[in-house]
Design a protein around this ligand. Structure first.
Ligand code: SF4
Length: 435
């Protein structure tokens, strides 16, 4: 009888990629993947620890898994397992805890686990000692129309609020040839768009011998593969050099969409965050990007309520963001992470104030998202079809990272189609399929 397993994943695209890889290995080993709500013999929870809320969500999923399947085994991995295995080992529901490195041979560790063991097994090594980027290669992407490729892991920036370097270790890159091979494999499977992900993709290649760079990787993907669309995951502002802007502006395949963590627009706050640019540097960067690619989609990350953030400092952030041609904001109230310098900084800001400031920025983001989407009405766009639906109500994603609904029969997920954008209504952009 095949064994039923469900996988729950929290957090970033890198965690999503690693879960997709675990799912693939399980299927190859004869397991049946079932949705979380269905009965399972094994539940894997791939956790995130970027905020206190994700820790709580992880614990909640673990408890629900056991309630749903009293006899199942619960395996917990991911960043929460890496930085705080003891907290998870204290949960009676948990059978096995694996670190982010041990995640790569989870199947072997799982199958060596005694099925009747009542005690929890903790298998978490020191991630700081890991130097090579063991990244699973994925053969397929069952549920997706766009594929992710993890090109890098870890981070050496140590922003003062961030727990990720302690969960993911030092920055390490996947060999260029391995990435190219992965792109070719996905193109052969009709994936027209690939998203390059990692924890700190701007640092890609610096650790390779000889050292390489994200820019040269992008150029090689464009010249050595038949990929039609390439999207960049989140990239740090001080790693967006003029050559990279030029490459995006002149590329046949790189999507005109950047997701950039700004975090704060106030230079004193940025200094306390251990981020190495000023509000003015950021303004000049955005001006250079927009000069080269006028209709680019710009999404920014922002943290509100960082320790010591005064009203004046927050207003500097608001004023900077209001002055920039952004298309969306991802706003996070500061979340104190034990073990980070910011957790012990003086003048911690009440969560209520952090949330109020976040609400102001989110309102601005909603307004800008609508304005940016409306600017495409009347234009022709190319979309990757997200899911194919029987009832001909389709949805696709543009190169500028905008979802567009349209009518179209006989269309498959992953297809590339041309649309004329007819209007923007309560459901967003609506287009008409062009022949
Ligand atoms: S760059 Fe900063 S925020 Fe991003 S993962 Fe590294 S330490 Fe965290």
């Amino acid at each position: 009888m095949s064994r039923r397993v469900s996988i729950s994943t929290l957090g970033c695209k890198t965690n999503q990629f690693e879960s997709a890889a675990m799912q693939e290995r399980l299927q190859q080993a004869g397991y049946t993947i079932v949705p979380f709500a269905q009965a399972a013999d094994l539940v894997i929870v791939n956790t995130c620890t970027v905020t206190a809320a994700t820790d709580a969500q992880s614990r909640n999923i673990i408890r629900r898994a056991r309630r749903l399947n009293p006899a199942c085994r619960v395996v917990v991995t991911g960043c929460y397992a890496q930085v705080d295995p003891d907290a998870l080992a204290a949960l009676p529901e948990v059978s096995l805890i694996l670190g982010n490195e041990e995640k790569h041979d989870f199947l072997e560790r799982l199958e060596s686990l005694s099925p009747f063991s009542e005690t929890v097994t903790v298998d978490v090594s020191d991630i700081e000692t890991v130097r090579s980027a063991r990244v699973p290669t994925l053969i397929s992407y069952a549920e997706r129309s766009r594929a992710y490729i993890q090109i890098q892991n870890g981070c050496d920036a140590y922003c003062s609020y961030c727990i990720i370097p302690y969960a993911r270790g030092h920055s390490r890159s996947v060999a260029v040839d391995q990435v190219i091979e992965q792109v070719k494999r996905l193109v052969a499977q009709r994936f027209h768009e690939t998203v390059l992900t990692g924890i700190h993709i701007g640092a890609y290649g610096l650790d390779l011998s000889p050292p390489d760079s994200l820019l040269s990787l992008l150029r090689r993907i464009e010249t050595e593969t038949d990929l039609l669309r390439l999207r960049l995951g989140s990239i740090e502002p001080n790693e967006i050099h003029p050559e990279l802007i030029e490459a995006i502006a002149t590329s046949r395949i790189i999507c005109p969409h950047l997701h950039i963590p700004l975090q704060s627009g106030d230079s004193a706050v940025l200094k306390r965050m251990n981020r190495h640019y000023t509000g003015d540097d950021f303004r000049q960067l955005i001006a250079a990007i927009v000069a080269a690619i006028p209709d680019i989609s710009l999404g920014l990350d922002l943290i509100t309520g960082f320790p010591g953030e005064t009203d004046a400092e927050f207003n500097n952030t608001l004023a900077l963001v209001e002055s920039l041609p952004i298309s969306s904001l991802h706003v996070f109230p500061f979340s104190k992470r034990e073990g980070t310098p910011a957790a012990t900084m003086p003048k911690q800001i009440p969560q209520q104030i952090a949330r109020e400031r976040a609400a102001l920025l989110r309102a601005l983001s909603d307004q800008r998202q609508q304005e940016y989407a409306r600017s495409f009405v009347g234009k022709t766009v190319e979309v990757v079809v997200e899911q194919s639906r029987q009832n001909a109500n389709q949805k696709g994603m543009t190169r500028h990272y905008l979802p567009v609904s349209f009518q179209g029969a006989g269309i498959q997920a992953g297809d590339l189609v041309q649309l004329e954008v007819e209007r923007f209504d309560a459901n967003g952009l609506v287009g008409r399929l062009l022949d």
